[in-house]
Design a protein around this ligand. Structure first.
Ligand SMILES: Nc1ncnc2c1ncn2[C@@H]1O[C@H](COP(=O)(O)OP(=O)(O)OP(=O)(O)O)[C@@H](O)[C@H]1O
Ligand SMILES: [Mg+2]
Length: 373
């Protein structure tokens, strides 16, 4: 277990800067997920921590020691990749124990450690098999065993589940979370899948274009996104965002297209007049009769089993509302979107940042955060 301190870390390839001054403090034993779209610099950041990429500027410390100039093997990190290349000609036991063999440990001691790690991953029955005789999930567990046996101070995972089918991904998510609960090893986990991030993380680091947009618990990034980017990226669907002009005197946002959306004036007492994006969660709004709330036109719906997501447009902008009754609509039908004023969140239309001057609401708005599965 070790804390990780990342201070003003930058990465440039030739003339192109891909990581723009990242600051992050990961506590000892914490499970932190780095989440962001493809190409935003997640793997680069992880590889700089592991020592597989040089750091162009800034400093990384692991367990209080600056590691900028240390070799990967001196850093105490074990990394698990998306493409976990196992040695195909070696058995599972030899794959897991390889690092110990390289380190010169005797056969008996190696066997004992391999068996202990294999048991913790449910691999004890596969020790004599070759990787080719395993399922994808079993192979992924072997890759994790290979990392675990080194008893690292830090686990670094780079999209380790993206090659697995949906069911296995969920199962492996559970394994990884359990492993963390048992070992308490500081963990950094990279993914572009926000559901994976929400279910695994103690805290999520949302990255965009080489910068950190927000660091927070799953509940914080869901309920109080710091930017329209985070708002749109987190949640299924993302936050509804409607452009308009804030009118603090009237306590409404004049939406493009002429409609008015009331917001909580007391909560946003510090917000001045200006161009904004008004946001609300699909599940925080209610579908209403035409003429009630915002006027919307139905486009299509998505069946989710327990609920349905109704997609439409209002004043030219897209809007999604979740619906739990069995109402049927046809494309082109009008409906109302009733948004409680307390559910409206405000962002600067120019910068995309959450408006300042917000008072803490009594409770975080929106729906419950996904429970860990
Ligand atoms: N060796 C390299 N030389 C030049 N540019 C690179 C190199 N490696 C990565 N990049 C660029 O750096 C940026 C960040 O890459 P990175 O692999 O960190 O993204 P990522 O967030 O992990 O994306 P993904 O989700 O697709 O894996 C990308 O624009 C990529 O093209
Ligand atoms: Mg990557």
């Amino acid at each position: 277990m070790a804390e990780i301190a990342i201070r003003s870390v930058k990465k440039t390839y030739g003339k192109v800067q891909v990581v723009h001054g990242v600051d992050l403090a990961v506590r000892a034993g914490e499970f932190v997920v780095i989440l962001g779209p493809s190409g935003c610099g997640k793997s680069t950041l992880l590889r700089m921590i592991a020592g597989l990429e040089a750091i162009s500027a800034g400093e990384i410390a692991i367990g209080g020691r600056v590691v900028n100039r240390l070799e990967p093997r001196e850093r105490g990190c074990a990394m698990v990749f998306q493409n976990y290349a196992l040695y195909p000609h070696m058995t599972v036991a030899d794959n897991i124990g390889y690092a110990l063999k390289v380190a010169g440990l005797g056969k008996a001691e190696r066997r004992a450690k391999v068996e202990a790690v294999a048991a913790s991953l449910g691999l004890e029955d596969f020790l004599d098999r070759k990787p080719g005789q395993l399922s994808g999930g079993q192979r992924q567990r072997v890759a994790m065993g290979r990392a675990m046996i080194r008893e690292p101070k830090v686990f670094l995972y780079d999209e380790p589940l993206s090659n697995l089918d949906a069911r296995l991904r969920v199962a492996m998510r559970v394994e990884i979370r359990k492993l963390h609960q048992r070992l308490g090893t500081t963990t950094l986990f990279v993914t572009h899948d926000q559901v994976e991030a929400m279910t695994l993380a103690d805290r999520i680091v949302v990255m965009n274009a080489g910068k950190v947009e927000q660091v927070g618990t799953p509940k914080e990034v869901y309920g109080r996104p710091e930017s329209t980017f985070v708002a749109g990226f987190i949640g299924t669907p993302g936050l509804n965002l409607l452009p308009g002009t804030l009118d603090p005197g009237a306590g409404v946002v004049h939406l493009e297209g002429g409609q008015r959306l009331a917001y909580d004036r007391q909560r946003w007492a510090g917000a001045g007049a200006g161009r904004v994006m008004a946001g609300f969660r699909a599940e925080a709004a209610r579908m209403a009769r035409p003429g009630q709330g915002l006027d919307a036109v139905f486009e299509f719906s998505e069946e989710l089993g327990a609920a349905r997501l109704v997609h439409g447009t209002t004043g030219g902008a897209m809007v999604v509302v979740s619906l739990s009754d069995g109402r049927d609509l046809s494309p082109g039908d009008r409906f109302g979107v009733d948004v409680p004023a307390g559910e409206v969140q405000l962002f600067d239309a120019g910068t995309g940042r959450r408006l300042s001057g917000e008072r803490a609401p009594a409770a975080v708005p929106g729906a419950p955060v996904l429970e860990a599965v």
